[in-house]
Design a protein around this ligand. Structure first.
Ligand code: ZN
Length: 307
């Protein structure tokens, strides 16, 4: 048996935002239908929308309608990504349960993605967190390119840790998520980052990890992180996702595959796998193609066939 794993793990669904923003535009009603279906699986957190300018990311246009159209299930936090003050005000107006503010540790990626230096982004995180806290809405800082950058290559884990410390101390954010934007995380890189975060005394309960499965190490990354006590991971239904500003980046780790592995390891997620698989089928219908989630095809390992 694999020792010292968390007994419960939160899997946060990011398909309706991180996934769908890289697809052809899906009608608002279908985005709502997907979120409502996901809300019935036992998930406790769903990244539902992004309040970016619709010209910047057309598939996320109509995010206010999405937030207002979904059927809120008690116990589910509906989260929204906000790029600036306008977006934060719009998200708060739509009663987002939690705001996410992104910055890249890679200066090149940060400039391409949000046209700021990392230091300007820290300042922005401070301001947006203050704004959200006035409404008692928690904020998570997403530190992207935390495991490497498609433009800059390796990112020193000590630099990631320093920014993490800064946004916690001066920004007062409520949580941290480390994004593998370009799919460069491997178990070795994950452990090196977790070592650096431990070095600056960041409590593991504040850490969430966000992996893309670009090089097929997503589940291995999650397993080594669980062995270090991390108990919060993002995943996208079907393995939807990518990043328009990170060449070659593919989808997120698939929620079906992550839930299947985590539950098999004996950690509870509260998520019902068969209903999640039906959400994966719905996601495939919406995007009109087969998605990479493997448990979506094979079902759980306990599924038997007639002899
Ligand atoms: Zn992502």
């Amino acid at each position: 048996m694999i020792a010292d794993l968390p007994t419960s793990v939160e899997i946060r669904e990011v398909g309706p935002r991180d996934g769908l923003q890289n697809e052809e535009t899906i009608p608002v009603a279908e985005r709502i239908a997907l979120i409502d279906a996901l809300s019935a699986t036992g998930l406790t957190a769903i990244e539902a929308a992004s309040f970016v300018h619709p010209k910047a990311i057309p598939p996320m246009a109509g995010s206010a309608e999405v937030m207002k159209g979904i059927t809120r299930v008690p116990g589910v936090r509906y989260r929204a990504l906000v790029p600036n003050e306008r977006g934060a005000l719009d998200a708060l107006e739509c009663d987002a349960d939690e705001l996410e503010v992104v910055m890249s540790i890679s200066e090149t990626h940060n400039r391409k993605n949000i046209n700021m230096t990392p230091d300007e982004s820290v300042q922005q995180i401070i301001e947006l967190t203050a704004l959200a806290h006035q409404e008692d809405t928690p904020v998570e800082a997403i530190l992207s390119t935390a495991f490497g950058c498609a433009y800059e290559g390796d990112i020193p884990p000590t630099r990631v840790a320093q920014y993490a410390r800064r946004v916690l101390d001066s920004g007062g954010v409520d949580g941290l998520s480390f994004g593998d934007t370009s799919g460069m995380a491997t178990p070795r890189v994950v452990v090196e980052l977790l070592d650096a975060l431990e070095e600056v005394e960041i409590d593991v309960s504040l850490i969430g990890l966000h992996f893309h499965n670009t090089r097929n190490t997503g589940l291995a990354n999650i397993l080594v992180a669980m062995q270090r006590g991390v108990a919060r991971f993002d995943a996208a239904i079907g393995g939807l996702g990518g990043c328009p500003y990170s060449p070659g980046a593919t989808g997120n780790v698939a929620t079906e595959d992550v839930v299947h592995m985590v539950e098999d390891l004996g950690a509870t997620t509260g998520i019902e796998l068969e209903s999640l698989i039906r959400c994966g089928q719905l996601a495939e219908q919406l995007v009109g193609r087969q998605l990479p989630a493997q448990v979506l095809r094979s079902g759980p390992r306990t599924r038997t066939v007639d002899a």
